[in-house]
Unconditional design. Structure first.
Length: 284
């Protein structure tokens, strides 16, 4: 962030110094030049002592190369030429975990990438203890990702993404203790598998769906057969039940001219015909 306060102070003091140098130089040109040079040097030094940190920034002050204090956010002052300030962004950062080629526990090659969310919690530790905390935590996240995935089977990898992400986060937090960083989350974004394996999994899923459909149809046929058997037993116990069912079926066809109705002979007449036939048949 541009420290516009320092620039503004520099311009104001420069204008004042120019007026003073011009006034002195009107009486003594040599003294005016000296005053102007000295004023310019003092202006540069004083304006560099004014620092400004945004709401999401904190400044680590090093005095003669040694850690001194933490300043900000807001306006603060340092000793020019003695203090040096490093501004650190304390907002949550999202950093990609590059795609990693690895082999699962059941010897399936996969390619996985993810994202890690972290922020600087202790700015002094992040600057002093780690040379480049962004690069360092990225490397730890890649290593943890490979270690955790290597212990998982393909089925676990596809069904337990959230649990795997928690395991990776735990490993990264454990390895980065004392770095002044806070890991807020790790997510697995994509899992790439060989094309032939994808086709095999697709065929397996299709076979599973067909299996469930066949089982469901068989169960439906079984229930239908049981109900039909129960209905047949009920109608067998009532002499007129079959005739009533026949009439009900004919009535359900409706008065449509295109329908052809074949009227079944009542079973009572058939049974009576059998009895008569037996009675008049010649005895052997």
């Amino acid at each position: 962030m541009i420290n516009y306060i320092s620039g503004l102070i520099f311009v104001v003091l420069l204008v004042i110094g120019g007026v003073v140098a011009f006034s002195v130089g009107a009486a003594n040109p040599a003294a005016g030049v000296v005053v102007g040079i000295l004023w310019l040097v003092a202006d540069i030094i004083l304006s560099n002592g004014v620092q400004l940190a945004a709401q999401w920034e904190q400044g680590v002050v090093f005095r003669l190369g040694k850690y001194n204090s933490i300043k900000g956010p807001g306006l603060f002052f340092i000793i020019p030429l003695v203090d040096q300030v490093k501004l650190v962004d304390t907002r949550i950062r999202a950093m990609d975990i590059p795609a990693q080629q690895m082999i699962t526990r059941d010897n399936v090659p996969v390619k996985i990438n993810g994202v890690i969310f972290f922020k600087v919690d202790q700015v002094a530790d992040a600057l002093i203890k780690v040379q480049d905390y962004r690069y360092a935590i990225s490397q730890y996240a890649q290593t943890a990702l490979r270690d955790v995935i290597g212990q998982m089977s393909l089925d676990q990898l596809l069904s337990e993404r959230e649990q795997i992400a928690k395991m990776i986060e735990t490993a990264v937090v454990k390895d980065t203790v004392g770095w002044g960083l806070e890991v807020t989350g790790i997510n697995i974004q994509d899992v790439e598998m060989p094309e032939d394996l994808k086709k095999m999994m697709s065929r397996q899923a299709s076979a599973e769906r067909e299996k469930r459909a066949t089982i469901t149809k068989a169960e439906g046929d079984k229930e239908a057969a049981i109900n039909l058997a129960a209905a047949a037993m009920t109608m067998a116990q009532s002499p007129g039940a079959m005739q009533l069912r026949t009439l009900q079926t004919i009535d359900g066809l409706g008065p449509t001219a295109s329908n052809t109705v074949v009227f079944a002979v009542p079973m009572d007449l058939v049974e009576a015909a059998k009895v008569v036939t037996k009675s008049i048949a010649p005895k052997a």
